[in-house]
Design a protein. Structure first.
Length: 445
């Protein structure tokens, strides 16, 4: 069942400390229980605009995109479900962002969603570049990355971007968090992009460790994760023991999609993840960004290999698609060497010697002239074209991004890197999400 509601999303956008409280950094609203400007709406059990209450916000935005709605059901029912609003974990290390602001251990990590954006945030939307704040309204239940692109589309601006003074403009700061202070995405200021396995950066509320995004940073190898965002493997501090742990991801759910593993220590599939959450009910809305329109299941943190959470034709995650029945952590070794008992052969019987009749001498044979064979032709060796490690992920945006490649959503191709140099104008450069050098009129990544 699809309810057409072109722009619906959840985001507490970056604000200054004077507007939102917290440390003086670009950031956004808190992610606590959302304000419902439309009043009404069902309590737990309702689902945003699809279940009671007003569709909040004001004007219908660009392209018929409606803003602002209720939060709806953000409840969970099992011990495997992570919170959809508020704290799902905390950081365990310190760090520093490009502006020099430092982070202490214990910063809050929030889930992928925010509570919504309505008329109360029009001033913040205008600081992001929306000429009319009403155009940027979004409702709750959409991951921060998608919601940011919806705001950009509705207001006809580019997010994230650097302004003419070099200031970073985005719903989140360069480390992936905002005022409050709490993280949603990336946590890049807390770990190094070099070395082997990324360092530990935090813990889920149940104490399971969260690491940076790399399985091997120097080799640019990303881990293959289950729907919760975790897998079994040896970590820098597990003393050589394979343990279940999480990794930061570039795409939703970013940190914790759910709390794994399953009770039998198997990894969590997308469908199993969906079963943990009442909100993953298959009732979808249409969300539109500059990259096109997708069906989206509000408040559902379970994303498949294509980055879709609507539960339709689920694209299996790579850890299951490439599995050799090794999704369960076990030390059982069934390969044992068995030595067979020696076999005693019966003694052989010696036969009496047989006297053969004398042979007849044959006439000599005629010797044929030797035949010279024509030399064989050795075919020239065939040179195989090199395999593009990114192109094989075409049509699979999540797999493409997780393998460090760049995904062009319009052409649905996966490239080793986006070619910013083809843009000769600033507008073209911005559409590619590249950076524009105003002095030299050059577009670069």
């Amino acid at each position: 069942m699809v309810k057409i509601l072109s722009i619906i999303g959840g985001l507490a956008i970056l604000a200054t400390a004077s507007a939102m409280g917290g440390r003086p950094r670009p950031g956004g609203g808190g992610g606590g229980a959302p304000t419902r400007p439309g009043g009404g709406g069902k309590p737990a059990g309702g689902r945003g605009p699809s279940a009671g209450g007003n569709v909040g916000g004001g004007n219908v935005g660009k392209g018929g995109n409606v803003g602002g709605g209720n939060t709806g059901n953000t409840g969970t029912t099992t011990s495997h479900a992570a919170g959809l609003l508020g704290t799902v974990g905390k950081t365990t290390v310190s760090g520093k962002d490009p502006s020099g602001t430092t982070f202490s251990p214990g910063e809050q990590i929030y889930g992928p969603f925010e509570a919504g954006f309505n008329a109360q945030q029009n001033g913040i939307l205008q600081t992001l570049g929306c000429s009319n704040g009403n155009d940027g309204h979004v409702a709750g239940g959409i991951d921060t990355e998608t919601a940011e692109q919806m705001v950009a589309y509705q207001c006809d601006i580019t997010l994230p971007r650097y302004d003419s003074s070099g200031k970073y403009v985005s719903l989140l700061d360069e480390c992936g968090g905002h005022a409050g202070y709490h993280f949603h995405e990336r946590l890049t200021c807390l770990y190094s992009a070099t070395g082997s396995h990324s360092a530990k950066v935090g813990e889920a509320n149940d104490g399971t460790a969260l690491y940076g995004k790399w399985e091997d940073a120097d080799k640019e190898i990303l881990p293959e994760l289950d729907a919760c965002g975790g897998h079994f493997g040896v970590t820098p501090d597990s003393n050589g023991v394979s343990v279940y742990h999480y990794h930061v991801q570039d795409t939703a759910p970013f940190t914790f999609g759910c709390l794994g593993p399953n009770e039998d220590n198997s990894l969590v599939t997308v469908q199993q993840c969906r079963d943990f959450y009442p909100a993953c009910d298959g009732v979808t809305v249409e969300l539109t960004t500059k990259d096109g329109t997708v069906d989206y299941d509000l408040w559902c943190p379970c994303f498949d290999a294509n980055g879709s959470n609507n539960g339709v034709n689920i694209a299996e995650l790579a850890v299951f698609a490439n599995s050799n029945n090794d999704n369960v952590d076990t030390d059982t070794d069934t390969d044992t060497d068995t030595t067979a008992a020696p076999t005693t052969l019966a003694p052989t019987t010696t036969l009496a010697p047989t006297t053969l009749a004398p042979t007849t001498t044959l006439a000599p044979t005629t010797t044929l002239a030797p035949t010279t064979l024509a030399p064989t032709t050795t075919p020239a060796p065939t040179t195989l074209a090199p395999v593009d490690s990114c192109s094989k992920h075409a049509g699979n945006s999540r797999s493409c991004k997780q393998n460090g490649c760049w995904y062009d959503r319009k052409s649905k191709v996966c490239l080793a890197e986006k070619d910013c140099s083809v843009a000769t104008k600033r507008g073209q450069c911005r559409k590619l999400r590249c950076k524009w050098n105003r002095r030299d009129n050059l577009c670069f990544a």
